[in-house]
Design a binder for this molecule. Structure first.
Ligand code: HEC
Ligand code: HEC
Ligand code: HEC
Ligand code: HEC
Ligand code: HEC
Length: 215
């Protein structure tokens, strides 16, 4: 009768005990790490150099996100608009406003406005806006009700676990393409069925292998 386990298998009990200890320590470390405030930065809302309000421009004036964040469907990065975009209107509207002084200064000098970045992924995690926006993930799902924000804050954790929650069950989150920038989207009653159908026909398959996000 052939040997079922190689000789090395004698070391297995010891190894697995070691594994348990290391695993335990690792779990504690990870829980501590991910739940410590520095990495659950939900709510982070830095003060910006211009008191620009999404609530005013999106909710009250009815502007679409892509008027300003116009790379979001074609690029990894969603750009913050250049001063030119603001001046399309503010060369005529509120031209004396003190709150718009840094915008006019930037326009006159050609120095870009130094907006402070709100959302940060570490460099070792790869993320593409285009890949998500083109496959039915709305801005609201990841950034919350931006149309209600006077000051932009981080609404979701952006942690690995959070990314994977959707990658494992995208049918719970997708929406039709013409609703991508809708704020306050109401899911139809049969949205899971519709999404499952769409995932099948369009072959939508968010990756869960490490190398898709880390390379
Ligand atoms: C009139 C132009 C304009 C429109 C329209 C607009 N934004 Fe913005 N957005 C900005 C500017 C300027 C900033 C940088 C200043 C700030 O954070 O408030 C910004 C910042 C952001 C940020 C934070 C970026 C970071 O630093 O991490 C997000 C997220 C965002 N916008 C999402 C949206 C969404 C979603 C919509 C549509 C519902 C939208 N924006 C519509 C101009 C605009
Ligand atoms: C499509 C036109 C349009 C664009 C583009 C636009 N705004 Fe405005 N913005 C307005 C209007 C209209 C108001 C004034 C609403 C009112 O009268 O209360 C306003 C008001 C403001 C105010 C408040 C001014 C005050 O005195 O209270 C700020 C600050 C501002 N915008 C910043 C920006 C910035 C920064 C950008 C570029 C990222 C931008 N806006 C792009 C139309 C625009
Ligand atoms: C699947 C989640 C997800 C969706 C959908 C999404 N974003 Fe983002 N957004 C992120 C993450 C994560 C970051 C931080 C990226 C980084 O640091 O590299 C970010 C950053 C940004 C930034 C800052 C610039 C940048 O690229 O770092 C802006 C502006 C922005 N998003 C706007 C939008 C708009 C507008 C939409 C909808 C058209 C949108 N996002 C849809 C997750 C998302
Ligand atoms: C709400 C759902 C959702 C969330 C949240 C989400 N994703 Fe995705 N992701 C998708 C979908 C849908 C696709 C498209 C799959 C396809 O192309 O078949 C995708 C594709 C990807 C891809 C492959 C496409 C590419 O760019 O190479 C990567 C990498 C990725 N996501 C990383 C992330 C990261 C990192 C986060 C968290 C910061 C994240 N995703 C959060 C739904 C999501
Ligand atoms: C869908 C995208 C995605 C996939 C798939 C993914 N990760 Fe991550 N991972 C992330 C993001 C985003 C972060 C950063 C989270 C944060 O900033 O809190 C991260 C963080 C990490 C960290 C934390 C690094 C540190 O600073 O402590 C490790 C370790 C890691 N990932 C390993 C893995 C391994 C191993 C796999 C495969 C089993 C994997 N990841 C699969 C998106 C992903």
């Amino acid at each position: 009768m052939p040997q079922l386990f190689p000789k090395k298998a004698n070391a297995l009990p010891l190894l697995s005990l070691g594994g348990l200890v290391v695993g335990g320590v690792l779990t504690i470390f990870l829980v501590w790490y991910y739940f410590s405030p520095e990495f659950t930065v939900v709510g982070y809302a830095p003060t910006q150099p211009v008191p620009y309000s999404h609530r005013l421009h999106v909710d009250q004036l009815g502007m679409d996100c892509r008027y300003c964040h116009n790379w979001v469907e074609v690029s990894n990065h969603a750009n913050v608009p250049p001063t030119q975009t603001c001046m399309n209107c503010h060369s005529q509207i509120r031209t004396q406003s003190l709150r718009l002084l840094p915008v006019r200064e930037s326009w006159a000098t050609g120095e870009p406005i130094e907006w402070i970045k709100v959302h940060h992924l570490p460099d070792y995690a790869h993320f593409s806006h285009a890949a998500h926006v083109k496959n039915g993930v709305g801005c609201e799902t990841c950034h919350g009700r931006v149309d209600q924000m006077e000051v932009v804050y981080q609404a979701e954790p952006l942690s690995m676990g959070w990314c994977l929650e959707c990658h494992r069950q995208p049918e719970l989150y997708l929406r039709p393409h013409d609703e991508i920038t809708t704020m306050g989207y109401v899911q139809p009653a049969d949205f899971v069925e519709r999404n499952l159908e769409r995932i099948r026909t369009e072959g939508i398959q968010p990756p869960t292998n490490c190398s898709a996000c880390h390379y």
